[in-house]
Design a protein. Structure first.
Length: 369
């Protein structure tokens, strides 16, 4: 490449070809150093040609995330996808086209420190990122992260609820003004608090065992079937309803055609249930309590008066205490009752002081009394 007799005459462009790596340089020294680095990586088994493909960027974080989201869109429900899409798109803003192998503990920790969301939002995002990283490891043969940064204590949101009498009044109002199956769906959400609204609306005729009085939720969020025993009152209601011949027909369905192309027999949508609850709350002057807190959460809170935490946890089918503890946050009347206990202690203290004043010389007071 160089003539010893004419040093002023030399190449002005150099190209390195090594395995699948190709790169241009304008001087020999830079090209030689780059080639030496490639040779070292190859000899140590660490060479990944994708790290040097600057045009296609096969390991760019943004490219991989968009590929993953497109794949997940075909695998999970839109509601589940949207729950973490916004957060992980924020990660694209932070890391862009950076090679995913260059994103480590420090970069992820800095990202979460700058994130303004709640601790629960951060936890959901962390779970999404871990799921994404595992997919990249499997799909694109990328080394796994050795360690993930902690996000600290997760504080679960405490939602507005109503007491059981108010909840019952709302449900009775719905029974008087809304279709039968809309009322029954909301009634069951308030009774069988292990079933989520989407799972309840997804029940078919085949999932409601009229003979044995059972509700069978085959594919819930927890990835295992839920089998719920109906109370006698609801067994009678179910047996009085006309039996559909098709076991795949939605149990909670529209009984007649409605405006907007809603046909009889089609499944009740979330909006139909939600708006029925809101209309009843509006008629009763109740504000700020939506469907899920007003049914499941309100029932769990109300049961605190008559059940142990373990019994309520059995009814909700929670396996961990993090989400369940929100039902047992102390406040309002609970705190008032705790504050009132001080009076009892203070009264006992006065009695002790009075008794001590009557002791004779050498006598010892029996505090066990």
């Amino acid at each position: 490449m160089f003539c010893p007799n004419h040093p002023q005459i030399k190449p002005t462009s150099f190209r390195v070809y090594f395995d699948k790596v190709y790169k241009r340089f304008d001087n020999y020294e830079s090209a030689l150093n780059f080639l030496s680095g490639l040779r070292f990586e190859a000899s140590s088994g660490k060479l990944d040609p994708r790290d040097y493909q600057t045009k296609s960027k096969p390991l760019a974080f943004k490219r991989l995330v968009l590929e993953w989201l497109e794949l997940k869109a075909r695998q999970i429900k839109p509601s589940s996808l949207s729950s973490f899409r916004s957060g992980i798109l924020r990660a694209i803003d932070a890391w862009g086209n950076a090679n995913i192998k260059d994103i480590g503990y420090g970069q992820i920790e800095d990202f979460f420190m700058a994130h303004q969301g709640s601790s629960k939002t951060k936890l959901n995002l962390l779970v999404a990122l871990k799921t994404f990283w595992r997919w990249v490891e499997d799909r694109h043969d990328v080394p796994p992260l050795k360690k993930w940064p902690p996000i600290g204590h997760v504080e679960m949101a405490f939602r507005d609820t109503v007491d059981i009498p108010t909840q019952e009044a709302i449900i009775n109002d719905i029974k008087a003004h809304e279709p039968l199956r809309v009322w029954l769906c909301i009634k069951w959400l308030a009774t069988y608090i292990a079933i989520r609204p989407g799972e309840m609306r997804g029940l078919t005729e085949g999932h409601v065992d009229r003979q044995r009085g059972l509700l069978i939720v085959p594919h819930p969020k927890e990835k295992r079937a839920k089998i719920i025993t109906l109370i006698e009152e609801d067994i009678e209601i179910v047996r009085a309803l006309p039996l559909a011949f098709n076991p795949d027909m939605p149990f909670f369905r529209h009984e007649r055609n409605l405006k907007g192309g809603v046909k009889a027999g089609s499944r009740l949508g979330h909006r139909a249930i939600y708006l029925a609850w809101k209309r009843a709350c509006g008629r009763m002057g109740i504000e700020g309590v939506s469907l899920y807190p007003g049914t499941k959460h309100s029932t769990a809170m109300g049961y605190r008066e008559i059940c142990t935490p373990e019994q309520i946890m059995a009814m909700t089918l929670h396996r961990t205490g993090a989400a369940f503890r929100r039902y047992f946050q102390t406040g309002g009347e609970d705190l008032k009752n705790l504050f009132e206990r001080r009076k009892t202690l203070a009264t006992a203290g006065k009695k002790v002081a009075k008794d001590l004043g009557t002791l004779g010389k050498g006598q010892v007071y029996d505090f066990k009394k």
